[in-house]
Design a protein. Structure first.
Length: 235
């Protein structure tokens, strides 16, 4: 196995499946199977889940809502997604713990780094909800932060696109995919992988990111075993 401990970032939108809003139970069940295949190989896996399928603070702010209020709603949305993901993982027979960056003790443990690491060592999947717990951040930043804190070997950003391209492959047919790219090249070419705060945090801490297609069966295990799919961002 290439990696012992991974941090998987899933966006809220990924949970929508083909829907326009909310959570698709079939998609959740598919993800649970993917995650199980990795757990069964003895890999430790923590997940940061987004909330964009329910609410984003910037969207509220663009309609006149107070940004911080909106971000609080967004953070709560990630906890809702975390609960849904937890349910599907447990249905698949995986032990899990949900830890939230905002105190919501009846439904999730508070984020405690050492406890999270202990859960991972015991083979539990740890889901981090609530983002960083602060407004004006994203769950991409939370993913990098948590990955550093738990000493993950890599950040796996599961998307619906199979890597980083020279241009948006959904809009430009000429776009070509990178197998490897450096942090500096991503910045100088103006490519979009994560928001800048998240990306520079990863670079400064020398934590590689792999962007891959999470919606193709078997891909998560392939990435973890070191198969060259997706795009790896490294120093
Ligand atoms: N959010 C926040 N602080 C964080 C993480 C998230 O305020 O540390 C809020 C923010 O409003 C964001 C929303 O939660 O828009 C959902 O997170 P994100 O947009 O990162 O979700 P994704 O795009 O991954 O689904």
């Amino acid at each position: 196995m290439q990696y012992k401990r991974i941090l998987l970032k899933l966006s809220g939108e990924a949970l929508m499946g083909d829907r326009q809003y909310g959570i698709d139970p079939d998609r959740l069940a598919e993800y649970a199977e993917e995650i199980k295949s990795v757990i069964d190989k003895g890999i430790e896996i923590a997940i940061v889940i987004g909330g964009g399928n329910i609410f984003r603070g910037v969207a509220g702010a663009s309609k006149g809502m107070d940004r911080v209020q909106g971000d609080h709603m967004g953070m709560l949305a990630t906890v809702i997604n975390g609960l849904a993901l937890q349910g599907s993982l447990e249905d698949a027979g995986i032990q899990t713990r949900l830890q939230s960056a905002i105190q919501i003790n009846e439904v999730a443990e508070p984020f405690i780094r050492r406890r999270a690491i202990r859960h991972l060592e015991k083979g539990r999947v740890v889901i981090f909800g609530g983002g960083t717990g602060n407004p004006y951040f994203t769950t991409d930043s939370a993913a990098v932060l948590r990955a550093i804190e738990i000493h993950a070997d890599v950040i796996l950003k599961g998307t619906r696109v199979d890597g980083i391209y020279t241009a948006d492959p959904e809009k430009d047919k000429e776009a070509t995919k990178f197998d490897f790219i450096t942090f500096d090249d991503v910045i100088s070419k103006g490519l979009k992988v994560m928001d800048t705060t998240a990306f520079t945090l990863s670079q400064e801490n020398e934590l590689p990111i792999i962007v891959f297609d999470m919606n193709t069966k078997g891909n998560l295990l392939k990435v973890v075993t070191g198969e060259n799919i997706g795009t790896k961002v490294n120093l």
